[in-house]
Design a protein around this ligand. Structure first.
Ligand SMILES: Nc1ncnc2c1ncn2[C@@H]1O[C@H](COP(=O)(O)OP(=O)(O)OP(=O)(O)O)[C@@H](O)[C@H]1O
Ligand SMILES: Nc1nc2c(c(=O)[nH]1)N[C@H]1C(S)=C(S)[C@@H](COP(=O)(O)O)O[C@H]1N2
Length: 204
């Protein structure tokens, strides 16, 4: 466990939630897919803290609290456990540790995913803010299919790379600004971050 020390570095918690991947039935592809995506998308300093856990509500809540309160993550992404099956409890665990709900993210993720699969509406994914006495973090649920990570974060582009539906990550840097986190910059070829003009810092 390595606590946040650099205020300019984005500390990202990546949590893969899967009974089978955590039990060794198959190899976890969630954390590598998230790591690859952030490696390509971010141009400002970042570091990650990763966890692979089963679909157990108490363990999910404990992990989210540890990542935000003890380690100091600014952003936490989960993958898996958002569907309707009996064992899928990621949204319940996420809401249980929330101080604010951010319903726009869940709505937009389902809209994006509908461009890829008609079963997008089966994901109950949510996003929330967790505020502690000294900082806050944005926590977002992504579906378990590893390919859905890139799909929802990046959105839908046409053959020439023109953005047809914006990915949810476009709104994340400004959200992190508003909750007092580091200034996050992205590779526009992967995901163009949107900020109001007054919030854009001149390039160094
Ligand atoms: N962490 C993961 N790594 C690799 N593949 C995954 C992962 N999570 C899900 N998948 C793939 O996506 C499919 C659909 O996900 P599903 O929601 O059924 O699994 P899950 O709920 O994450 O897994 P489990 O049932 O083991 O908890 C799985 O059958 C599997 O092929
Ligand atoms: N972008 C995207 N969203 C997606 C999918 C996908 O393949 N791509 N799969 C859907 C399916 S089949 C299910 S059941 C739900 C919930 O998945 P989870 O339980 O693995 O989180 O996410 C949905 N959202």
């Amino acid at each position: 466990m390595s606590k946040k020390t650099d205020p300019d570095e984005l500390l990202i918690g990546l949590v893969s939630i899967s009974d089978r991947a955590s039990g060794g039935v198959y190899e976890d592809k969630g954390i590598p897919a998230l790591q690859d995506w952030f490696g390509a998308a971010l141009t400002s300093p970042w570091r990650m803290e990763t966890r692979l856990i089963p679909d157990e509500r108490a363990q999910i809540e404990k992990t989210l609290i540890e990542l935000v309160d003890d380690i100091g993550c600014d952003l936490v992404l989960t993958t898996g456990g958002t569907g309707p099956s009996r064992r899928d409890v990621t949204p319940e665990a996420t809401l249980a540790v929330a101080t604010k709900e951010m319903p726009g993210f869940g709505e937009q993720m389902r809209q994006i995913s509908l461009q890829f699969v008609p079963t997008a509406i089966l994901s109950r994914q949510v996003a929330v803010i967790r505020e502690t006495s000294d900082h806050a973090a944005l926590i977002m649920n992504l579906p378990g299919q590893p390919k859905s990570i890139k799909e929802t974060l990046e959105g839908v582009k046409d053959g020439e790379g023109k953005q047809l539906v914006p990915g949810i990550f476009a709104a994340v840097p400004y959200c992190i600004d508003l909750i007092g986190g580091p200034y996050v910059e992205t590779n526009e070829a992967v995901c163009k971050a949107f900020r109001p003009k007054s919030a854009i810092r001149p390039a160094k």
